[in-house]
Design a protein around this ligand. Structure first.
Ligand code: ADP
Ligand code: FBP
Length: 307
């Protein structure tokens, strides 16, 4: 089973208008509400891939009810911990460019945290826990790191998709996969050269040396890199009309983690991850199984010779 952890889920309010004018009244052309949050997105794409998954995390208030209702409608297995605060709403603005406004998230109490941590007793060897997304204000930066002993105690693996110190501190504990995008990689190592493939692979290799078992670096329309102990690969992004790239990174992580957990095949997992990411970018909501299959046939992967 792959459990996703979304400690700061969201309703994604995706709004569209051709031309945003700051300081004026703008009339939206479209407005939809989607269940969001990185771990939840991972579980939704795993479900499309027919891989058993359950979403864990915190939900609260009327927004939390909407989130749970939407996920139930999609048939996703969820086991959330209820909290007193309201689940946040993140605004995704599609205009001249894509702009994301992500809210900080509700307060979570010590009792609510204990109830959440108790769920980890269900883990069994072979399970994978995917911890993804920001840590709400009020929880310590070590929140993810402190969950890892609970995961290891039961012989399970973990995957982490977060940023900065929270990511850095979990690396020595050997995550199965990490997936920074090229901006997050630049934040970690402060090198402005990242569009350059060789420089990006070098930075990715540092994450491997720090403890990650596989490093995926996503580069939006420029595809992605997979760095393993002995090789590095570049995969292309498929070409089509981009509808909504929110969740493309989460989809990529689902494709890699789910396929690797089922097959142990790094290259097949990389190919599927690229297909899932692009299939989401070409969809209004997240990728469907049919779209992933169609996109996967167009993906090319080449080895990167490191210098
Ligand atoms: N504009 C795009 N065209 C085609 N594929 C895309 C596009 N944007 C994202 N993808 C695919 O999704 C993957 C993850 O997207 P990216 O934007 O890098 O992640 P994140 O959402 O974490 O920032 C990319 O590596 C690529 O395979
Ligand atoms: O937890 P964070 O970092 O604020 O991100 C939450 C947001 O990330 C998303 O999961 C999308 O993530 P990606 O576009 O990076 O794949 C949205 O659904 C959600 O609003």
């Amino acid at each position: 089973m792959i459990y996703s952890v979304t400690i700061n889920p969201a309703i994604d309010y995706v709004i569209g208008l051709p031309n945003l004018e700051l300081g004026l009244v703008n009339r939206l052309e479209s407005a939809i509400k989607l269940p969001g949050g990185k771990g939840i997105n991972v579980s939704r794409v795993l479900k499309e891939l027919n891989i058993p998954t359950t979403a864990w995390g915190f939900t609260g208030g009327f927004t939390g009810k909407f989130l749970e209702y939407s996920l139930n409608e999609l048939g996703l297995s969820c086991d959330f911990t209820r909290i007193a605060g309201d689940t946040r709403v993140n605004v995704k603005l599609k205009s001249q460019t894509e702009t994301e406004l992500n809210a900080p998230g509700p307060h979570i109490s010590a009792i609510e945290i204990d109830a959440f941590r108790a769920k980890f007793a269900k883990l069994r060897p072979g399970d994978v826990v995917v911890m993804a997304g920001s840590i709400p204000a009020g929880l310590p930066e070590s929140f993810y790191r402190d969950l890892i002993p609970l995961i290891r105690e039961h012989g399970a693996e973990f995957v982490i998709d977060t940023t900065g110190k929270a990511l850095r501190d979990t690396l020595p504990l050997e995550p199965l996969v990490v997936k920074p995008n090229h901006h997050e990689l630049a934040d970690l190592f402060g090198d402005p050269e990242y569009p350059n493939i060789q420089a990006t692979v070098k930075a990715g290799r540092k994450l491997l040396k720090m403890g990650a078992k596989h490093v995926l670096i996503s580069m939006a329309g420029a595809g992605a890199l997979l760095i393993t102990q002995d090789k590095a690969w570049h995969g292309t992004a498929a070409k089509d009309t981009v509808k909504n790239s929110v969740g493309a990174g989460d989809s990529m992580l689902a494709g890699f983690t789910g396929t690797f957990a089922e097959t142990g095949d790094e290259l097949l997992s990389f190919k599927r991850s690229l297909a899932c990411g692009s299939a989401t970018a070409f969809s209004t909501d997240l990728a469907t199984a049919a779209k992933i299959k169609q996109v996967e046939a167009t993906i090319n992967i080449e080895e990167v010779k490191e210098n």
